[in-house]
Design a protein. Structure first.
Length: 296
């Protein structure tokens, strides 16, 4: 959890304590933390992260492959039954990989097996940056890579995983740039004021027609929300829909409406391609019209 560790405390800790505290940043590979301990002190979290990655780059090729192979498959029922690390369980569950249908589990098993047969190590991806659809898209794309390309991609993804783990474990005045934000602002242009008290929800959509509720929210007096619909984590690559309860909002303000109202639930569908971006979605609404745009 954030705040459990501080960079200052890690800089002052004994070598064994430092390595023990950060030994799980890289899956079952405490040697990375042990190597980084010798290069202290670190002025910020990015310097610590970069030193750990440099230790991997300097490692023998076989040790880098061992690091990749230490990670679990995605959505592997047998491995989950035996138990994953706390980090891996949290990450895979957060992407919904613990709630797959039998057909989806079979699809992941087939892809995992095809990938390992070609490359000799598990498919690596930072699942906190992805939805199920984008993970499957990455599988399909990367199966066409050659082994050297894929080892490089796997290590890049491991670096992203490690960065997010560091950010979640260590309090720092200079945080790593690993999180994105999805924010919303609703303006009632009928009254010329922010639309306070409008209910809306955010759902993740899949190409198979499934929906996953991300947040149920109500705008505050400024027409915004606190917390934002997504903040303090990457905004996963995928397709989403915001559904604003405009009809109920205007009815609650005694605005004359048709029965049923011309605008009831307003759906705004959009896609995310950059998980670390700040994506701002304004809604300008009257009982009879609305508009939106990509804000900043």
């Amino acid at each position: 959890m954030p705040g459990q560790l501080t960079l200052d405390g890690l800089n002052r800790a004994g070598t064994a304590d430092f390595a023990a505290a950060l030994g799980e940043i890289f899956e079952y590979s405490p040697w990375v933390a042990e190597a980084a301990a010798a290069r202290r002190p670190y002025k910020n979290l990015a310097a610590l992260r970069d030193a750990m990655l440099a230790s991997i780059e300097r490692a023998p090729a076989e040790q880098r492959l061992k690091l990749i192979r230490a990670h679990p498959d995605l959505a592997n029922k047998a491995q989950r039954a035996r138990g994953l690390t706390a980090h891996s369980t949290h990450e895979q569950d957060g992407a919904g990989l613990d709630r797959l249908s039998d057909i989806e589990f079979a699809m992941f098993e087939q892809l995992n097996n095809a990938y390992k047969a070609k490359f000799g190590f598990p498919f690596m991806i930072c699942v906190r940056r992805h939805t199920k659809d984008s993970i499957l898209d990455a599988f399909a794309r990367r199966l066409n890579n050659d082994p050297a390309q894929e080892e490089k991609e796997a290590l890049t993804e491991i670096a992203r995983i490690a960065s997010l783990r560091l950010a979640s474990m260590i309090a720092s005045e200079e945080p790593l740039a690993v999180h994105g934000t999805l924010s919303v602002h609703v303006l009632d242009t009928h009254r010329g004021l922010p639309a306070g008290g409008m209910k809306f929800n955010l759902v993740e959509l899949s190409r198979h027609g499934e929906e996953r509720l991300i947040a149920d929210l109500v705008t505050n007096a400024d027409g915004r929300t606190s917390p934002e619909p997504i903040e303090g984590r990457p905004v996963p690559i995928g397709t989403y829909e915001l559904r604003f309860q405009a009809g109920a909002y205007f009815a609650g303000r005694a605005v004359p409406l048709s029965d049923p109202p011309f605008l009831d639930v307003i759906p705004l569908r959009f896609s995310v391609s950059e998980p670390e971006q700040h994506l701002h979605v304004p809604l300008l609404v009257t009982p009879w019209s609305y508009s939106t745009y990509r804000g900043s």
